[in-house]
Design a protein around this ligand. Structure first.
Ligand code: MTE
Length: 335
């Protein structure tokens, strides 16, 4: 993303990587569990062998039984091995909690995510401010194992748990005026040190958007969990978007507002640097970012000696499912 001055968090407060690494245990069994689960019909999500010394997140009471009965969705997952839990919860972009990758795990630790309300607004028949519980409860939770490709050219495979965004939107009855969906993250400078930073390049709150057909695509997920548990605060608890064929910055975290719009809504990184970040932000190895190539990516976990660099694929490997959404569009112009 943008290179910027570090925010107000002193570097002395950031846990050194070596400390994390000492705690780290790879979850060797996870690949087998996932591969085994891919062949069956939908069934309860298996418990992931998570590192005992890393925090886990049970989530609010109403979510716990739903998480336990979430179903493994066979259609849209990948058999690639998920990143170790350690990487997923300690290598984050969540600028509200600092710009360094390890800042969110540290500074979002006490982020209050329950109770949580979500406003549904704009071109819908049932607008209102709803308890998150009432937005999620009517729907079956599914596990989706997706590749997440950041525009910074790193990637991870993450087992999410969530609800297709389409199911949630349909429940509020979009009207014929709805052409786009706009999302907003919580604005709370008291809890979010990044929103208090004088050096921030982002105008808060963080906002994102999708075209309605992208929002309604079956791959598009509203996630409430990962690795069998609720979302950790640093990953966007209690509810975030996951759009696996787009650069990670489209997958907005800690959503408080979803609005159906007639016009293309503004998006945070596009407002910050329009020549670098477009509205569509589809993963595309042929369209480089002005400051770096997008032809390949570092698949986490990776290290100096084993960078694990792989070729980036069109639409992050989801071309078969989504390429038709962009038929006839010049993707160098609509990047
Ligand atoms: N959402 C908000 N509100 N603020 C952010 O800074 N960062 C985005 C996205 N969602 C971000 C956000 C970026 S750049 C990425 S790559 C993903 O979150 C990272 O998700 P992860 O930390 O769960 O891997």
């Amino acid at each position: 993303m943008l290179i910027k001055k570090p925010d107000l968090i002193p570097s002395s407060e950031i846990t050194p990587e070596s400390v994390y690494l000492q705690r780290r245990h790879f979850m060797r069994g996870i690949g087998g569990l996932i591969a085994g689960g891919m062949t069956g019909l939908a069934h309860a999500v298996p418990a992931y062998p998570l590192d005992a010394d890393l925090p886990q997140y049970p989530g609010p009471k109403w979510l716990q039984p739903k998480l336990r009965s979430s179903e493994r969705h066979t259609g849209y997952s990948t058999s690639e091995e998920p990143a170790p839990y350690f990487n997923a919860i300690t290598h984050n972009n969540f600028y509200e909690f600092g710009t360094a990758k390890k800042n969110p795990a540290k500074y979002a630790e006490n982020f209050k995510t329950d109770p949580w309300k979500v406003e549904i607004a704009g071109a819908v028949n049932k607008p209102g401010v709803y308890n998150l519980e009432d937005v999620i409860k009517p729907h079956m939770l599914e596990e989706r194992i997706y590749r997440l490709r950041c525009v910074e050219a790193w990637s991870m495979v993450i087992p999410w748990i969530g609800v297709p965004l389409a199911s949630v939107l349909q429940a509020f009855e979009p009207t014929s005026k709805a052409k786009y969906v706009a999302f907003t993250t919580l604005l709370d400078p008291e809890q979010m040190p990044g929103q208090r930073s004088y050096f921030s390049t982002i105008r808060w709150p963080y906002v994102e958007g999708l075209r309605l057909d992208e929002a309604m695509h079956p791959l598009t997920l509203l996630a409430v969990g990962l690795y069998g548990n609720a979302l950790p605060p640093q990953n966007g608890a209690p509810i975030r978007l996951v759009v696996p064929w787009k650069y990670g910055f489209k997958s907005i975290k800690s959503i408080v507002r979803i609005s159906l719009e007639e016009e293309m809504p503004p998006t945070s990184w596009n407002l910050t640097a329009p020549n670098e970040y477009g509205f569509y932000a589809n993963v595309n190895p042929e369209v480089d970012h002005p400051r770096w190539s997008q032809a390949s990516e570092r698949r986490l976990p990776s290290s100096l000696f084993d960078p694990n660099r792989i070729e980036t694929t069109m639409f992050n490997g989801y071309a078969e499912e989504v390429a038709s959404l962009y038929k006839g569009m010049d993707l160098t112009k609509w990047f």
